[in-house]
Design a protein around this ligand. Structure first.
Ligand SMILES: [Zn+2]
Length: 436
C-alpha cells in the first residue's frame, strides 16, 4: 500500500459515540474488553509473542510472491493457518487463503480480516532478509509480510485463549493487491461471499494511521495507429506520434478538482521506428486517480474525448481518415469513503487510543484492498500491522519492530468491538441487508 494523502485528525470520541448510537447499533465499546481477564491475558500474550511474530514475518518475506505468482506463499500461509487450529483453511479459485472462525451469532455479522500475500517484486528478485544499521532489510519485509505475520499472531492468541465472538471472522490472505493484480483477490472475495458486513485490511506499519478513503484509479493504454511511411517521399500522411502529441497537449491542460483530490498523468510513451519515418504506431499509458468515484468517471470521460479529438485533428490536418486510436483499460480500482461516524472508524480510534494511550489517529486516502469494500458501501478500514519502516516497493525496504506488537493488539480490540465478545459485548458492526 501507499498513502496518497493525509486527512484530518480524529473527532472526539464523545461526538462519535453519540452519532453511531443514533444509528441503532451499540457504539463500539472498548472498556468492557480492557477489563475482561481473557482479553487482558490475550493482549499480554500478543506482546510475549512479539519476537516469534517477527521471525514469522522474515520467514514469509523469504518466500517470493510476485504478482500472479503468490501460490507458494499462499500454500505456506494455508499450512500455518491449519497449524494454528483452522483445519478447513482453504485456497479459493482466485488464490486467496481463507479461514472461517465462527461466532455464536449464527454467522452474522461477518467481518473479514485480511493481509495481502503478493509483493510488487518480479520473479527472480533476491528476497533474502538482511540486517543493516539496526534495521531489517528485504523487499516486502513490511508490505505486507508484517500484516500477514500480525494476523497469524492474532489467530494464534485468539484460538489459544478460546476467545468466543458473536459475529463470524473470515481471516483472508489475499492475492493481487499490488498494482498489476488490480485487487483481483478481494474482487473475487466479494463476488463469492455476499454476506460480508465489514472489512479490515492489515497493511502499512505503526497503528496511528488509518485508511478510510479509497483512492480510485483508472488506467489506460492508448495505441495510435496510422499508415506510416517515408518522411520525405510520403510526406502528407498522418502520424501516430503527432496524433499522440496532440492528445498529450490537450490532456495536460485538464483541470480536475483539488478536493476531492483528483489527478492524472501520461506516465509512459513509446513509438515510432526511425527518425526518417512517419510513425505508424505510438503508445502511451495514462493514470487517473481520485478519492471520488464521480470525479474519477468525469475525468475519464473528458480524457477519452480529448484523445478522440486529437486523432480527428491529426486526420483533418492531412485530409485523411487513416489514423485511429484504440483505448485499452489496464487498471481499474474504484474509489470510496467510509464516514467518520461509521462504527468501524470509531472502533479503530478507540482501539488505537487504548493500545497507545494516545488518542490521535490520522486518517488517510490510499489504494488498498479496502477499495473494493468501500466502493460497495461495505464498512472498511486499512489499519497498520505495527513497527516502523520505509523505502516501500523498493529492494531496500526496511523494517524495525518498534512497538510491533501494537499491531496485533490493535487489530484484536478493533475486531472484538465490531464482532462482539460473547457474553460481554454486542457487535457494533451492523448486519447488512441481503445482497442481490
Ligand atoms: Zn501493501
Amino acid at each position: 500500500m501507499k498513502f496518497t494523502s493525509l486527512g484530518f485528525a480524529s473527532l472526539t470520541a464523545a461526538i462519535v459515540i453519540a452519532v453511531s448510537q443514533a444509528w441503532g447499533q451499540p457504539a463500539p465499546a472498548v472498556d468492557a474488553l480492557l477489563t475482561n481477564p481473557k482479553i487482558v491475558k490475550s493482549l499480554e500474550d500478543i506482546k510475549a509473542d512479539d519476537a516469534r511474530t517477527f521471525e514469522e514475518q522474515k520467514r514469509i518475506t523469504e518466500i517470493p510472491a510476485p504478482p500472479y505468482k503468490e501460490k507458494v506463499r499462499a500454500e505456506y500461509y494455508q499450512k500455518r493457518m491449519q497449524e494454528l487450529g483452522f483445519k478447513d483453511a482453504a485456497i479459493d479459485s482466485e488464490g486467496n487463503v481463507i479461514a472461517l472462525r465462527k461466532g455464536s451469532g449464527g454467522g452474522r455479522p461477518k467481518l473479514v480480516v485480511s493481509a495481502h500475500l503478493d509483493t510488487v517484486f518480479p520473479e527472480g528478485t533476491d528476497v533474502t532478509v538482511k540486517e543493516k544499521d539496526g534495521a531489517t532489510i528485504a523487499p516486502g519485509i513490511g508490505d505486507d509480510s508484517r500484516g500477514l505475520a500480525a494476523m497469524l499472531s492474532l489467530i494464534k492468541i485468539m484460538n489459544a485463549n478460546e476467545i468466543s465472538t458473536v459475529g463470524d471472522i473470515m481471516f483472508v490472505g489475499t492475492v493481487g493487491e499490488e498494482e498489476l493484480g488490480n485487487l483481483r483477490g478481494v474482487k473475487a472475495l466479494f463476488r463469492d461471499h455476499r454476506d460480508i458486513d465489514g472489512f479490515i485490511s492489515i497493511d502499512g506499519l505503526g497503528i496511528t494511521r488509518v485508511v478510510n478513503q479509497a483512492t480510485g484509479s483508472h488506467r489506460y493504454e492508448f495505441i495510435f495507429k496510422g499508415p506510416g511511411g517515408h518522411s520525405f517521399q510520403e510526406f502528407g500522411l498522418p502520424s501516430a506520434i503527432h496524433a499522440m502529441g496532440r492528445a498529450i497537449a490537450k490532456i495536460s491542460e485538464l483541470q480536475p478538482p483539488s478536493d476531492p483530490k483528483t489527478t492524472f498523468t501520461v506516465g509512459t510513451v513509446v513509438g515510432g521506428t526511425s527518425v526518417n519515418a512517419i510513425a505508424a504506431e505510438a503508445r502511451m499509458a495514462v493514470d487517473m486517480r481520485s478519492n471520488s468515484e464521480e470525479e474519477l468517471l468525469k475525468l475519464e470521460a473528458r480524457l477519452l474525448d480529448l484523445v478522440k479529438e486529437a486523432v480527428a485533428d491529426e486526420n483533418a490536418r492531412w485530409k485523411s481518415d487513416k489514423l485511429s486510436v484504440e483505448a485499452r483499460m489496464i487498471g481499474d480500482r474504484p474509489a470510496g469513503i467510509v464516514s467518520m461516524d461509521s462504527p468501524i472508524v470509531v472502533a479503530t480510534q478507540r482501539a488505537v487510543a487504548a493500545v497507545t494511550r494516545a488518542p490521535r489517529v490520522t486518517f488517510a486516502g490510499s489504494s488498498t484492498d479496502s477499495n473494493i469494500a468501500m466502493s460497495l458501501g461495505i464498512p472498511a478500514v486499512t489499519i497498520g500491522g505495527g513497527g516502523e519502516g520505509g523505502n516501500w516497493h523498493s529492494r531496500n525496504e526496511w523494517y524495525k519492530p518498534t512497538d510491533a506488537y501494537y499491531g496485533p493488539q490493535n487489530a484484536l480490540l478493533t475486531i472484538l468491538m465490531l464482532t462482539g465478545l460473547d457474553g460481554v459485548s454486542k457487535p457494533a458492526l451492523a448486519v447488512r441487508p441481503a445482497a442481490k
